[in-house]
Design a protein around this ligand. Sequence first.
Ligand code: SAH
Length: 466
Amino acid sequence: MEKNEIITLDITDITNEGFGFGKYNGMAVFVPLTAIGDRISAKVVKVNKSYAYAKIEQLLLPSPDRIENNCPAFGKCGGCAFRHISYEAELRAKESFVKDAFVKIGGLNTEFLPIMPSDDIDRYRNKLEMPVGVNAEGEMYCGFYAQRSHRIIPVSDCLLQPEIFSEISRFIVQKAKALKISAYNEERHEGVLRHIYLRKAVNKRDGGLCCVIVAKRNVPEFKRLAREITAQFPEITGVVLNINPERTNVILGEKEILLCGKSEISDEMCGVPVVISPKAFYQVNTKAAEKIYRKAEEFAEIDKPDGKVILDLYCGAGTIGLSMAKKAGKIIGVEVIPEAVENAKANAEKFGISNAEFICADAGEIDKLKLSGKPDVILLDPPRKGCGERTLDFCASLSPARIVMISCNPATAARDCKRLSELGFRVNAVQAFDLFPRTRHVECVILLSRTTQTHIPTSHITHRSI
Ligand code: SAH
């Protein structure tokens, strides 16, 4: 096979990157924006030793999974991977991503429960993060990065976002231009306005946050911009200026200035009132995340009046642990972002919970902590990179009856579950949840139970009450 060669290909599978996949003369060929069942004519764009990339030239025979794409930015913007196939086909693909990861990476044979769909397929996000740039004509615009790039694709109305977010982001760009605020240029590390970040409450009607991320402080125009935003959009209850002067891919900087209103949003998840700061993690598809929390509670089997101790590792603003707190004996939450820990403590108080404590610590060094009880259940909800071995080894050494893992990356979840299976835990069940319809991302919830009695390092546990 050679570059620029035109080949006829049958697409037989979809990779977890969202690429269609077929074999041509024994060679694996990946083609974006194709569907299982497509017969295509494709142009080879890159050839490696055992695989190649191609792009679609002509759809010779369309797959029955195909639907009409309804977003003009699809295929350019790095956000969605599946606007060209039905939601049912997307769910089947995601179910197989999770299964493949556990079988191939984890070598784990277990029960795979059917994937849980999201109620909303579009407009389900409660958070928008849009980079701001300048086009060839020198005009400021906002959009989303192309896949694996920092080229900003202009998007005026993202279908994953509530319409109000599109209105607000368009308004901010228009006002920023009028106020002569410059857009940040990443390559030259010049200019001011970097990102627009919006968040909204879903289960409560109050609470909309607007955060503008800038490269420099002391830009007086932002006070005026904040006033104009809140005058135009009463849904916005606070405007925050976040200052990020670094050359970095990280969106938020350290320093925050409250320009008007409140800096947090107030929402409710699984009946728990939650206050969330801009720097604290908050599940972006609230309704689908509530289904995950309920599944985690079922897996944790805490609905028994025996006062279980739950260690909620990577707890964020405490949402998941607090959703179980009224049925549990004690919740111990651990989280590395100080603002999220403060939110978790305030959320517990607001909920009238006195059996929860939250510790600001790195889960990678959890073995340095003194825990106030021996956990019966450990909840693990790590970021994409998963848990480190040191964390897993320590969790296993605490010998909980159950571990419930929630993961946004099936590959690292499978790797971590494999490790736990070597440490005396059995993977009982895995369920995929679609938290991010139309994108390639998939979440999963895993139940592990202890099969062997391990040595408990009592030196790490104090029995003081909280
Ligand atoms: N369980 C929470 C948050 C899950 S997201 C919820 O459902 O909302 C993962 C969380 O892990 C984030 O809050 C992130 O700040 C935190 N985190 C990332 N690395 C960490 C580490 N090394 N130690 C502790 N927490 C960490």
